[in-house]
Design a protein around this ligand. Structure first.
Ligand code: FE2
Length: 307
């Protein structure tokens, strides 16, 4: 049998007056129509954009030619700009991270992950614009971890709500990259960035939805249960979250934008276009009022690697 839960759709006409969300999946992944990002965003528009991110978890804008300041202004609608991370910065616009893949830098973010889940306070989300697209490929997938939770049986939901999991960069490609720089870099990172524990089921405070919070890149193991059960359960959840029903598969047009909620989604950047170029410029933002999500020490240690 398949999931037979009755679907209740968000009432867009009732809820939105200033923007027009157009969902691409049921209650998930919406185009946002009617917003000109080259103009100042009024407070009612900003409020509805925040509502849309809570409602749809990842939102998309058609290609627009925006300045770095307008890109930063979009991110600030959702939260304060994150203080630091690991990518190159755009000259003259230090809030903008540049992720450029080409012949010399093959794409490498083809892993399902939640950004920086190995920190105690991962970022709330990210606003990205793909400014250069390859001639084909280079899509991004997002999976709704709230839909993945909702789709589980009640017994499984109850079981998971008592569990926690260890998250650490050490199980990701970070470790290999740091190892190539020598023992000192690796040891410095091990000292600076200890593993953290997150509940397997978290509530997104923006939407109130329960979300699965484990990911393939950074979750090492579930704690408190036999390690064989823990391994099988983690593998099941990672597999479950890849159901197409929970996922949107986004094809970019140059200049298109997306904003995602890092608390209730995972993402995966397809690596199918080498040696062509793809340029991603992005601004990451934190939970309002939360301690800084990103790292302000030892940036050099992790600099250049992907979160
Ligand atoms: Fe990411």
């Amino acid at each position: 049998m398949a999931n037979t839960q009755e679907l209740t759709l968000i009432d867009i006409a009732e809820r939105y007056r200033h923007i027009r969300p157009v969902p691409r999946m049921p209650n998930f992944a919406a185009w946002i129509e009617g917003v000109d990002l080259t103009q100042p965003l009024t407070e009612p528009v900003q409020a509805e954009l925040r509502q849309a991110l809570n409602d749809f978890e990842v939102i998309f804008f058609r290609p627009q030619s925006i300045t770095p300041a307008q890109h930063v202004a979009l991110a600030k609608v959702f939260g304060p700009i994150s203080g630091g991370s690991y990518f190159e910065r755009k000259p003259g616009a230090p809030e903008l991270e540049m992720i450029v893949f080409d012949r010399d830098r093959p794409p490498s973010i083809d892993n399902w992950h939640t950004d920086i889940s190995w920190k105690a306070n991962p970022p709330l989300g990210t606003a990205i614009q793909i400014t250069v697209t390859p001639p084909a490929g280079g899509n991004t997938c997002w999976s709704s971890t709230s839909k993945a939770y909702d789709g589980l049986s009640p017994g499984m939901q109850a079981y998971l709500e008592g569990l926690s999991a260890v998250h650490t960069w050490e199980v990701s490609a970070f470790r290999e990259a740091l190892g190539r720089r020598g023992d000192d870099a690796l040891i410095a990172a091990i000292k600076a960035f200890k593993p953290v524990i997150h509940p397997v089921v978290r509530i997104n405070p923006g939407s109130g939805r329960k979300c699965l919070f484990v990911n393939a890149d950074f979750t090492r193991h579930i704690v408190g249960i036999d390690r064989h059960e823990a391994r099988s359960m983690l593998n099941f959840l990672l597999d479950w979250m890849k159901k197409p029903e929970f996922m949107v598969h986004h094809q970019w047009e140059a200049g298109g934008l997306a904003v995602w909620d890092n608390r209730s989604t995972q993402h995966y950047a397809l690596a199918d276009y080498w040696p062509h170029q793809r340029v991603n410029q992005r601004v990451t933002f934190d939970e309002p009022g939360a301690p800084a999500a990103t790292v302000n020490v030892n940036q050099q240690v992790m600099h250049g690697d992907k979160p």
